[in-house]
Design a protein around this ligand. Structure first.
Ligand code: HEM
Length: 472
């Protein structure tokens, strides 16, 4: 029998339920599920939003009825990204399907085709990060800022190739950082448009950053497209995701290229989605990994021991992670426990649909609470505990079925396009850092793992002392 969706907490005019939701929405939404069930509606400002919690409901919505939940809401602030042509924030449409096909092919290419030098880029930049941390960390260092800077460089180079780190690139990476922070800090403008006046200065800075990023990136993108026309071997010397995107575009059928509404911009600006989506999520996940290793030093030692014992840390590819069961368990426990993108990106329904027999009308905003999935008591024993051992059997082997229940990249049609790259970067950089550096606590500092809230959760600043590990 079809029922209407349960109403969540009382809502006030204009504000909706924002006071009950508070500053950590993923926790409030998880708590509310105990009262209102796994699927319920809240008002955020003036907008009705369906919250989907827990493993079963999320699987039913995003996998079972994937197409029905595959769109994104058209928020005002998102229209400034990539001149309104962003794939990550685009509506589910034929245009998005073509963008998605190109994006997946490009990620696959940079992961497998040596000309994109993905591995060299990651190793070179990670070695610089190691040196940087060692140089600065004898007394006290802030690992997160160094990790962020390094991952931004890696992401930029993976996207556009190595074009040098001159002023426009630095300014570009700063703009990318600032505009994403504006979004991920929980920008209220899209839910309560009247806050735009109050946040005028912040919003203006945000739109300026979007324009700056668009101008610099579009110049690189259209310039590279022209090079490809003149010299089909252009990828030989440049080699970034942008080249892989152009190559994948060329391989589309005529029918796909002529999709109604599709422009060259929709394709080229996928690179900007990669730059935006790639930097923050990877940098924050890695920062969480290091924070947990500082807090749980015995786990840090066990990871290092496994890497050193197995092969001196000479890691070849993502599949190789399977040779490091303890390390794989630790990374997945960080993915689960930190849930660094707790509410995924906002979804919206493409048609009238159902979850748990509850009717959800077309065009409704839906938030998939990945945090609740990662803390679902039906799936996880003592979910609040940080315990990598939950993924290991008595012989220390990985329990694959449990690993597969961890969903930091989301599920279904809109799940992270960069998942294989993201996983690889986290694995590669994390193992290198732990192999080369011992992270020590600073006496007197409490290593608090309560995050700062945002679309992506960031740890609070944490200091560390660092000592180099000399043997290979
Ligand atoms: C540890 C690293 C990463 C994590 C945890 C992560 C997580 C996520 C999540 C949760 C989503 C939203 C899924 C949804 O709405 O249901 C997403 C979307 C996305 N991510 Fe990632 N991501 C990571 C790395 C990357 C990287 C390296 C790239 C770039 C190559 C990337 C590109 C994207 C794109 C383009 C989307 C939008 C997909 C779409 O709407 O079609 N991500 N990511």
């Amino acid at each position: 029998m079809t029922r209407s969706v349960t109403q969540g907490p009382l809502q006030l005019p204009i504000f909706g339920s924002i006071f009950q939701i508070g500053s950590r929405p993923h926790l409030a939404f998880t708590r509310m599920a105990a009262t209102y069930g796994q699927v319920y509606q809240v008002f955020i400002g003036t907008k009705p939003v369906i919250i989907v919690n827990g493993y079963r409901a999320m699987k039913e919505a995003l996998l079972g009825n994937g197409k029905d939940f595959a769109s994104r809401p058209m928020f005002e602030s998102l229209g400034y990204l990539s001149d309104g042509m962003s794939m990550a924030f685009g509506e589910y449409s034929k245009v998005w399907e073509v963008q998605h096909k190109v994006a997946i092919a490009a990620v696959q290419a940079i992961m497998t085709d040596k000309q994109y030098r993905m591995d060299d880029t990651i190793s070179t930049e990670t070695d610089k990060l190691v040196q940087d941390l060692i140089k600065n960390g004898k007394s006290e260092v802030d690992p997160m800022s160094h990790i962020y800077e390094s991952i931004s460089q890696i992401t930029f180079k993976l996207c556009y190739g190595d074009i040098g780190t001159d002023a426009p690139v630095k300014r570009l990476l700063q703009a990318n950082h600032d505009l994403t922070e504006f979004q991920i800090e929980g920008n209220p403008i899209d839910f309560m448009p009247w806050t735009k006046k109050l946040l005028k200065n912040k919003f203006n800075k945000y739109t300026e950053d979007c324009d700056y990023m668009m101008n610099v990136c579009a110049k690189l993108e259209y310039g590279r497209m022209e090079e490809h026309k003149v010299n089909p071997d252009a990828t030989q010397k440049t080699c970034g995701a942008l080249d892989a995107i152009i190559s994948a575009y060329k391989k589309l059928s005529d029918e796909e290229r002529e999709t109604d509404g599709l422009t060259t911009g929709h394709i080229l600006h996928i690179t900007q989605d990669f730059l935006g989506a790639g930097s923050h999520a990877v940098a924050y996940t890695l920062s969480w990994c290091i924070l947990y290793m500082i807090k749980y030093t015995q786990i840090q030692d066990k990871v290092r021991d496994e890497i050193t014992r197995k092969n001196g840390g000479n890691i070849k590819d993502c599949e190789h992670l399977r040779d490091f069961p303890y390390t794989e368990a630790v990374i997945h426990e960080v993915f689960r426990h930190a849930s660094s993108v707790p509410l995924a990106l906002p979804h919206s329904t493409t048609t009238d649909t159902f979850v748990h027999d509850k009717k959800i009308p077309k065009g409704t905003i839906v938030l998939a609470n990945l945090h609740s999935l990662h803390n679902d008591p039906d799936v996880w024993e003592t979910p609040e505990e940080f315990n990598p051992g939950r993924f290991l059997d008595d012989n220390g082997n990985i329990i694959r079925s449990r690993i597969n229940m961890v969903k930091p990249f989301g599920m279904g049609k809109r799940k992270c396009t960069g998942e294989i790259l993201g996983r690889y970067e986290v694995f590669r950089v994390f193992t290198r850092l732990v192999q080369k550096i011992k992270f020590h606590q600073i006496e007197g500092h409490t290593y608090d793992i309560t995050p700062r809230f945002g679309l992506a959760l960031k740890p609070k600043d944490f200091p560390a002392r660092i000592s180099a590990i000399s043997s290979e």
